[in-house]
Every structure is written in structure tokens, then in C-alpha cells.
Design a protein around this ligand. Structure first.
Ligand SMILES: NC(=O)c1ccc[n+]([C@@H]2O[C@H](COP(=O)([O-])OP(=O)(O)OC[C@H]3O[C@@H](n4cnc5c(N)ncnc54)[C@H](OP(=O)(O)O)[C@@H]3O)[C@@H](O)[C@H]2O)c1
Length: 203
């Protein structure tokens, strides 16, 4: 098991961090609000720690669990501290009423442009509701990214959480996964309800 760093201390940081802690990973929370980060680390338990926001994360995998509007700013704040890291972008660049997308490219590609050149961005987990992830049941997780090695490391982490990983391709597929996030929201609002998860049936 490994050390997983999470930037942010909100709903998704809680769901991912708790699930990772339960499956034997050591979680490090890096939040701009230190008291909130410490409270989340205490809640996660299992040896979870708090890192310094903006300093080099302990884990090779760094999950960026920040709202889209702050995600580039957060990554820019870390700057070279993220050199060589695998950055997992979970964000959905929704408009105010979550009826459309506002990124001209994708949140993942914006993050890749803002991160050090040696960092590898992998899009993942944006198609799973936090409260569904928190149930701890097996789910499908779609990923996309340009580095096969980084995707393999993220897949191994997700599989350790009982999340079946399905690879959608390079980072150019990130807009598709962000549209899938919008699809999830639309389905939830128009009859399926919010206890829903997207998946693929492999025949
Ligand atoms: N919630 C879901 O079901 C779900 C599902 C899939 C994907 N996502 C995506 O996951 C991401 C996080 O969602 P969430 O529900 O966890 O949101 P959240 O509960 O509002 O938490 C967002 C976190 O981002 C931090 N943050 C915001 N702007 C920042 C900035 N400029 N610099 C540093 N930190 C900043 C906040 O810090 P403070 O605590 O200091 O305010 C907070 O800890 C979003 O991009 C969302 O699209 C969410």
C-alpha cells in the first residue's frame, strides 16, 4: 500500500481519503485551510497526516479534489513542488446550474498546462458521485491520460479500492469524461435519482 496525497478537504477529499484509508493506504491531506485539513485527517484516521499546502506532497499520486473554479489556482500554488507527480484530476467544469461545461478544452488539460512539464495528469473519478463512492461498494471508474505508466499506477490504486478501472485513452479523452460527468448529473436529475453510478458492461 502507498501514500496518497489529496489537495482539498471537501466532500470528494473525504470520500476518497476515507475509502483509501480503509484499504490500507496512508492518506496525506493538503488543504488551504489547515484546521479543516487536520479535522479531515483525524476523521480518516489510519495514520492520515496533514501536509503543508503548497509544499511537496508525500505521495507519488496526488489527487486534486478542488472545485473547478479553483483547480488551476491550486495547482499553480504548488508549482514545482508537483514535479514528477501523478496528478489525478477529478473535477467537473460545470456551469452554475450544472447544465453545461465551461472549460474551452477540459479541466484536465488546463491542469496539465499549469503543472510542471514532468507531472502526469490522469483524469479519473469525476463520473462518480462522492456519496456513492462513500458507500464503499464496487464501482466502475473511467480514466484518461497520456502516460501509460501514470495510468497504470492510478489504476492499481483505484483497483485497490474495489473500483474497476476502464481506460478511455489519452488526455484528449478528458472532455469525454467531463461530458460523462454532465450525463451523470442529467440522468440523476431526470428520473434516475442521485443513487446512480455510471458503468460499462464488458461482454
Ligand atoms: N461532490 C461530488 O459528488 C463530485 C463527484 C465527482 C467529481 N467532483 C469534483 O470534485 C471536485 C471537488 O468537489 P467537492 O464536492 O469535494 O467540493 P467541496 O466539498 O466544495 O470541496 C472543494 C475543496 O476545494 C478547495 N478549494 C477551492 N478553491 C480552492 C483554491 N483556489 N485553492 C485551494 N483549494 C481550493 C476547498 O477549500 P476550502 O475548504 O478551504 O474552501 C475545498 O476543500 C470538484 O471539482 C467537483 O467537480 C465532485
Amino acid at each position: 500500500m502507498s501514500t496518497i496525497s489529496i489537495i482539498g478537504s471537501g466532500n470528494m477529499a473525504t470520500a476518497i481519503g476515507t475509502r483509501a484509508g480503509k484499504h490500507g493506504h496512508t492518506v496525506e491531506i493538503l488543504g488551504r485551510n489547515t484546521a479543516k485539513a487536520q479535522a479531515l485527517a483525524d476523521q480518516i484516521g489510519n495514520g492520515a497526516t496533514v501536509g503543508t499546502f503548497g509544499a511537496r506532497p508525500a505521495g507519488d499520486i496526488v489527487i486534486v479534489a478542488v472545485q473547478y473554479t479553483g483547480v488551476v489556482d491550486a495547482v499553480a500554488n504548488f508549482g514545482d513542488a508537483l514535479a514528477g507527480k501523478i496528478l489525478v484530476d477529478i473535477s467537473n467544469p460545470f456551469n452554475a446550474d450544472a447544465s453545461g461545461l465551461v472549460s474551452a478544452s477540459s479541466a484536465a488539460q488546463e491542469i496539465a498546462a499549469a503543472a510542471p512539464g514532468s507531472a502526469h495528469v490522469v483524469k479519473a473519478l469525476n463520473t462518480i458521485f462522492g456519496h456513492v463512492l462513500a458507500k464503499g461498494t464496487p464501482l466502475d471508474a473511467f480514466i484518461a491520460g497520456d502516460s501509460a505508466e501514470a495510468k497504470s499506477a492510478v489504476a492499481a490504486f483505484l483497483e485497490s479500492l474495489e473500483l474497476r478501472t476502464l481506460d478511455a485513452g489519452g488526455l484528449q479523452a478528458a472532455p469525454l469524461l467531463e461530458s460523462a460527468g454532465l450525463l451523470l448529473m442529467g440522468l440523476a436529475r431526470n428520473g434516475a435519482g442521485f443513487e446512480i453510478a455510471l458503468g460499462a458492461e464488458v461482454r
